[in-house]
Design a binder for this molecule. Structure first.
Ligand SMILES: C[S@@+](CC[C@H](N)C(=O)[O-])C[C@H]1O[C@@H](n2cnc3c(N)ncnc32)[C@H](O)[C@@H]1O
Length: 246
C-alpha cells in the first residue's frame, strides 16, 4: 500500500512552511518547549529524528552537543529545505518512510520524533524498530496529536455559549481507532487515531518503560497575549512521551 506524503504536495508544503515561519504558532509556544523539557543531556549522543521535516531540530540537537544526527523523512520537499537551511557535517538526511527504518544500520542513544507519528498506521511496527535501533537504556521522546484531538472525524468541534465563547470541547468516536481524514491546507489528509491507552500500552509491549508524559497547556501570560490558546485548557493539542528501552 502506498504511504501518504502530503508534504510533497505544493499547496500543502507552502501552507505548512508559512505556518512554521510565523513566530507565534503552537509548535514554538507549546510543542518545542515541552519536547525540550523531556530530552536528556544531548552531549555526545547519536540521535535519530523520525519525520525530521526541515531539519530545524536536527540542527538544534547538534548545537546542543549531539555527536551525530540522522534525520529521516518521507518528503523530498521537506528534506530539500532541510539540506538548504540546516546542513552540518554531523547531520545525515535520509529520504525514507519511518515504516522502513528496519533498513537502517547502526545504533542510537536517542530517538526523537516530533508531530509525525500520527501519520503512521503501523505504530507497533515503528516502535519495534525504534527499540531495536536504540542502545539498552536509550531514550525515545516523541510528540503527536493528542488522542482527544486525533479522534476528530468531522462535525462540530466545540460547544459555544451565546457570545460565541467555546465552553466545551466535543468528543466522539474516541474509542474507534484508525484512519481519520481531514482538511489541512488540502483535502484528504490522513492521520491515525489511537486511544491514550494504546499509545502507552504499545510502548510497554515493545519493550519500553514510560518515564514522563506531557500535555502542554498555555500559561497565563500566553493566554493574556493570545486568548485563543485558552482552548488548550479544554482540550490539549499535543501528547508528548519520554520512554526508555529496558
Ligand atoms: C508536522 S511535520 C513535523 C516536522 C518536524 N518534525 C518538526 O517538528 O519541525 C511532520 C513531518 O513528518 C513527515 N512524515 C509524515 N509521514 C511520514 C512517514 N510515514 N515517515 C517519515 N516521515 C513522515 C512529513 O513529511 C513531515 O516532514
Amino acid at each position: 500500500m502506498a504511504l501518504q506524503n502530503n508534504y510533497d504536495n505544493e499547496t500543502f508544503f507552502e501552507g505548512y512552511q508559512k505556518l512554521r515561519e510565523r513566530e507565534v504558532n503552537a509548535n514554538n509556544l507549546f510543542e518545542i518547549p515541552a519536547r525540550v523539557a523531556l530530552l536528556p543531556d544531548l552531549k555526545g549522543l547519536r540521535i535519530l529524528d523520525l519525520g525530521c521535516g526541515m531539519g530545524d531540530d536536527c540542527m538544534e540537537y547538534i548545537r546542543q552537543g549531539a555527536k551525530s544526527v540522522v534525520g529521516v523523512d518521507i518528503s523530498e520537499k521537506m528534506l530539500e529545505a532541510a539540506k538548504e537551511k540546516n546542513s552540518d557535517p554531523n547531520i545525515t538526511y535520509i529520504r525514507m518512510p519511518m515504516e522502513d527504518i528496519y533498513k537502517l544500520e547502526g545504533e542510537f542513544d536517542l530517538v526523537v520524533s516530533s508531530l509525525a507519528i500520527h501519520y503512521v498506521e503501523d505504530y507497533k511496527g515503528v516502535l519495534k524498530n525504534v527499540n531495536r535501533l536504540l542502545v539498552k537504556g536509550g531514550v525515545f521522546v516523541f510528540s503527536q496529536e493528542h488522542p482527544v484531538n486525533s479522534s476528530y472525524g468531522g462535525g462540530e468541534r466545540w460547544l459555544k455559549d451565546e457570545n460565541g465563547i467555546k465552553t466545551y470541547s466535543l468528543l466522539s468516536n474516541y474509542g474507534i481507532e484508525g484512519e481519520r481524514e481531514s482538511t489541512w491546507f488540502v483535502d484528504n489528509v490522513k492521520k491515525y487515531h489511537r486511544m491514550f491507552s494504546t499509545v502507552i500500552n504499545d510502548l510497554i509491549d515493545a519493550g519500553f518503560s514510560i518515564e514522563k508524559l506531557s500535555e502542554p497547556v498555555a500559561t497565563e501570560e500566553i493566554v493574556e497575549k493570545y486568548p485563543d490558546y485558552y482552548d488548550l485548557y479544554h482540550r490539549p493539542d499535543f501528547l508528548l512521551v519520554k520512554a526508555r528501552k529496558i
